[in-house]
Design a protein around this ligand. Structure first.
Ligand code: FAD
Length: 367
């Protein structure tokens, strides 16, 4: 095992939206940063896939977040700055409703997500642009933080790569990782105070218990049937479905959130995909039972997103940091994922707000 050493003023853990946005803001203020990311890709919960089937290889499908909203200033400003187009969630036509007995009705003139916006090219585009704007090698993927030691005003982080163990020295370390995951997967020396660990563990990771399935078709045929692509089902396996077609309509797509709990036998991928295809056929007709491609992302099984506790998804909590967690900055330790934002916490907008407030705090302390 080789031990290499690297140093930076600020070590940012996690190259999701909050980590990358924080890195760009600190770099713009002349602060030297290093971002480390455990996965072999950046983006975290923002994750778009591309289908190689049926010539749809320029269409990206979001397996994490799909929507932003017009009233969110930070994400709309960032999209404008990056010249990234948004388009309205398709919501013209009727919603399909399936009751507990499997009775299907297609006469509800109602849309659950009307007015929300989708990103042309998928959410991954935002991540790619942020990454490209940073100096070369400032984001290291497949670099997993294992433990953190603090000595006086210096921090030493042990990071595992595919081949090596690397020690990163910095003055500050920022966890752009869900708080609960930080508390359960990273070891600290000296240990974090017990009340801080408890507070971090009590913050649920937004959407971490969810599963999302996307079915791709040659075209959005449901639109010609007078349907919006929205569906609500009391039978499942998908409980809430929406149109996920790309803006240029080079193909059609429907996505659905899985209604069965994480780790249940009904969520086993082959069972789930089989039943979801049958369900799509019941809801949208026989054409829907023949997708050209299908993707399933089970976020509850992602070790760099979800903890055991996150398997139970609940209502949107009030997010933000308690004072005991905030006080950790006196040791050079900061927390800055979307869950730390009391404004729009959980959402993309919250990840940007967390980045903005952490950047302001670090810059003010550096002056
Ligand atoms: C299915 C789903 C649907 C969603 N829908 C929406 C929506 O429509 N609109 C919306 O606004 N929001 C939505 N969200 C929430 C949105 O995705 C998040 O708010 C946002 O992506 C959070 O970004 P983040 O950077 O704070 O955290 P994350 O994206 O979780 O980033 C954390 C990063 O830390 C990395 N990491 C973890 N552990 C380590 C380690 N030990 N060492 C190094 N790196 C590590 C992870 O790999 C990850 O890249 C959805 C989320 C999901 C899962």
């Amino acid at each position: 095992m080789t031990i290499k050493k690297q140093s930076s003023e600020v070590l940012i853990v996690g190259a999701g939206l909050s980590g990358l946005a924080l890195a760009t803001q600190l770099v713009n203020k002349g602060i030297d940063v290093q971002v480390i990311e455990a996965r072999s890709r950046s983006g975290g919960r923002m994750f778009s896939v591309v289908s190689t089937k049926n010539n749809t290889d320029s269409a990206y499908f979001d397996m994490g977040p799909s929507w932003v909203w017009p009233g969110q200033p930070l994400i709309n400003r960032l999209l404008k700055l990056m010249n990234i187009d948004v388009f309205e969630q398709y919501s013209t036509g009727n919603l399909v409703y399936e009751d507990e007995q499997g009775l299907v009705r297609r006469d509800h003139d109602y849309s659950t997500m009307a007015g929300s916006l989708r990103v042309d090219g998928g959410m991954q585009l935002i991540i790619n642009r942020l990454k490209e704007s940073l100096p070369e090698s400032s984001v290291l993927e497949s670099h997993q933080l294992m433990d953190v030691k603090t000595f006086g005003d210096s921090i030493m982080a042990t990071v595992k790569t595919r081949r090596n163990t690397i020690q990163f020295q910095s003055k500050k370390i920022v966890f752009c990782v869900p708080p609960r995951l930080t508390a359960t997967s990273i070891s600290f020396q000296p240990k974090l105070p017990t009340d801080v660990i408890q507070s971090l563990k009590s913050i649920p990771t937004w959407m971490a218990g969810h599963g999302k399935l996307t079915a791709i078709y040659d075209q959005p045929f449901w639109r010609e049937m007078g349907l919006s692509g929205d569906a609500i089902s009391r039978q499942g396996p998908l409980m809430e479905i929406h149109d996920a077609s790309p803006q240029n309509l080079e193909c059609g797509a429907l996505f659905g959130f899985v209604g069965f709990p994480a780790h249940s036998p009904e969520r086993e991928p082959s069972v789930l995909i089989d039943n979801a295809i049958k369900q799509l056929g019941r809801l949208f007709g026989p054409h829907a039972a023949n997708p050209v491609d299908i993707f399933f992302q089970d976020w509850a099984l992602e070790p760099f997103t979800a903890t055991q506790q996150d398997a139970l998804s609940g209502h949107h909590p009030d997010y933000g940091l308690t004072d005991n967690i905030k006080l950790m900055c006196s040791r050079g330790i900061y927390f800055s994922s979307t869950e730390t934002s009391s404004y729009s916490g959980g959402f993309i907008e919250g990840a940007l707000e967390a980045a903005e407030s952490t950047a302001q705090l670090i810059v003010s302390q550096s002056n």
